[in-house]
Design a protein around this ligand. Structure first.
Ligand SMILES: Cc1cc2nc3c(=O)[nH]c(=O)nc-3n(C[C@H](O)[C@H](O)[C@H](O)COP(=O)(O)OP(=O)(O)OC[C@H]3O[C@@H](n4cnc5c(N)ncnc54)[C@H](O)[C@@H]3O)c2cc1C
Length: 191
């Protein structure tokens, strides 16, 4: 079976309702991340349309940008309070990595494109390094190590919703809840 999933990143719908300049659902800010015509209001991350100083195109909505924008906007807020010079974010991006299957990945790092096991390994290494705190990193690293030693885990989900109301009646008539679940698992439905 081939499963293809495509998705984009979009800002929260709330942003569109704000009385500010909006472009494709994102709050338009200047290069210092201050909302246009709203001094003292700042926006970063996926909800912000931040111009890249050289091209004036918006920065892409990625975590590597959002985390740097967060640091820079904090400095700019401080600068605006202290009346010192604000700074524009200049960050071309480090590249893109994605895991696209079992032990396969794709990567584009500093213009170089490659795929395969090394790209997958790099994705995992970067992902692990970005996880906050050791107690988060450890279980993930442990799980991933086990995952390399054993075959893929298969899980089957069964919907028990359709006959739930009817089965509540059965339970009321003295049939135990676990018996009903067993029946449903065997494919029976209450009439
Ligand atoms: C499937 C997927 C894969 C991605 N992979 C990558 C990747 O590999 N590399 C990469 O760089 N980027 C990736 N991204 C993009 C990255 O996740 C985002 O660009 C980044 O998280 C943006 O950070 P943010 O702080 O702006 O928003 P978020 O990280 O989305 O944080 C917004 C926070 O606001 C909270 N929130 C929302 N509405 C409200 C509300 N009404 N009240 C209070 N809180 C609220 C949310 O719960 C959330 O915690 C991916 C995104 C997706 C969806």
């Amino acid at each position: 079976m081939i499963f293809v999933w495509t998705a984009g990143v979009t800002a929260n719908k709330l942003v569109r309702e704000l009385p500010c300049k909006i472009d494709r659902g994102r709050l338009v800010v200047d290069q210092y991340m201050e909302v246009i015509d709203r001094p003292g209001v700042w926006a970063v991350g996926d909800c912000a349309w931040i111009p890249e100083p050289k091209s004036s195109k918006p920065y892409p909505p990625t975590a590597q940008h959002a985390s740097r924008e967060g640091v820079m906007v904090a400095r700019n807020i401080a600068a605006s309070i202290l009346n010192t010079k604000k700074q524009a974010l200049v960050f071309p991006g480090l590249g893109a990595l994605a895991a696209i299957g079992r032990r396969t990945g794709v990567a584009k790092i500093m213009g170089y494109k490659f795929s395969g096991v090394f790209a997958w390994f790099l994705w995992r290494t970067v992902y692990l390094s970005k996880l906050p705190r050791f107690e988060k990193k450890l279980p993930v690293a442990f799980n991933w190590t086990l995952d390399m030693l054993f075959p893929k885990n298969l899980v089957q989900f069964m919907s028990l919703h359709s006959s739930l109301a009817q089965n509540e009646e059965l339970i009321g008539e003295g049939v135990t809840r676990s018996a009903v679940i067993d029946l449903e698992a065997d494919g029976y439905e209450a009439n």
